[in-house]
Design a protein. Structure first.
Length: 326
């Protein structure tokens, strides 16, 4: 298996100098949820003019719970999208959509399970009712079943409402590291939060995933977007104020308190800046880890053996060329 690590036609030095002198090219990136700190680097690159420096006029389009971003990209209404994980993108490729992942901002997937204070480990959840969304069945829940012996019978639908968890001490629920645990804490409930990534879950998250046609025909724009995004995240983690203003404009329900909490957690847990990103740059993905994730997906039946060619599903040359260290 060989990944496409061939040198870019344009070198990294092309970025600020020559790209910046060209007319700005329109580029639309669609997120997977309402605007929040977890999208901060993208908004930061818009707010501070980083994308403009690289010749792009970027629109960050907000997703949501009822929005199928893969369909929207497939219909040509977005150039690239925010995949929730590289596994999700492999599954989409397995289903026939020619999607290519070029970077993953989150080295650790922020998915968590939240339990009441009597639960001390993931293994303790085997007899509990677990509230998860349907998408989790095609991702991390398959990993939980394989590693910890969880069953489908113990799951119930998660409706993105913490009240069922608050009302029942026998319930465990899914969450995002920076979101639901904070809401539960604000509700005055003592709970333990378990980050799946720190318990062995291998998936990358917050990907930059594009149609194969886009990567082939607009490679310079994709290169510029990857580079600008990495710089945007570095800037956001240093001073999130510019992006937060845009986030609150797109999502008026977002509070300063929630934003501050989320940024602190992203830093504390090394969601962006940890592992390979420390030496290879923000957004990095490695051939070895992608292969590991693929083997897991095949082993639990999420994708068919031999169906997804990793050399076509992942194009890592852009993020390798960017190399924006945290």
């Amino acid at each position: 298996m060989r990944f496409r690590f061939a040198p870019l036609l344009a070198t990294a030095a092309l970025a600020a100098a020559s790209i910046g002198t060209q007319a700005q090219e329109k580029f639309t990136y669609m997120t997977n949820w309402y605007a929040q700190a977890e999208h901060g680097g993208f908004y930061q690159a818009v707010a501070t003019g980083i994308y403009k420096k690289y010749g792009l006029d970027v629109t960050v389009k907000m997703g949501g719970p009822q929005v199928n971003i893969l369909q929207i990209m497939g219909a040509g209404q977005a150039d690239c999208i925010m995949g929730s994980s590289d596994l999700q993108m492999m599954i989409a490729r397995n289903g026939g959509l020619p999607v290519v992942t070029v970077a993953a901002v989150f080295q650790k997937d922020p998915q968590v399970l939240i339990a009441h204070e009597d639960v001390k480990s993931l293994a303790d959840m085997k007899g509990k009712t677990i509230l998860i969304a349907p998408a989790a069945q095609r991702g991390y829940y398959a990993w939980l079943k394989a590693k910890f012996g969880f069953t489908d019978a113990q799951t119930r639908p998660y409706t993105f409402n913490i009240q069922p968890f608050v009302a029942d001490k026998n319930v465990v629920q899914q969450g995002y590291l920076t979101s639901e645990p904070f809401a539960i804490q604000k509700a005055g409930v003592k709970a333990n939060t378990f980050l799946l990534a720190d318990n062995g879950y291998p998936s990358y998250a917050t990907t930059i995933s594009c149609m194969e046609k886009t990567v082939k025909e607009r490679s310079k724009a994709v290169e510029a977007f990857v580079k600008g995004t990495a710089e945007g995240w570095k800037s956001y983690l240093a001073d999130p104020a510019p992006a937060n203003a845009l986030i609150k404009k797109d999502n008026p329900n977002m509070t300063d308190e929630q934003l501050a909490h989320s940024v602190a957690k992203l830093k504390e847990m090394g969601i962006v800046a940890s592992g390979d990103a420390l030496t290879q740059g923000i957004g990095t993905m490695t051939e070895a880890r992608v292969k590991q994730n693929h083997e897991f997906a095949v082993s639990v039946g999420l994708i068919e053996a031999g169906k997804v060619d990793l050399a076509q599903a992942f194009d890592l040359r852009f993020v390798k060329a960017a190399k924006v260290l945290p």
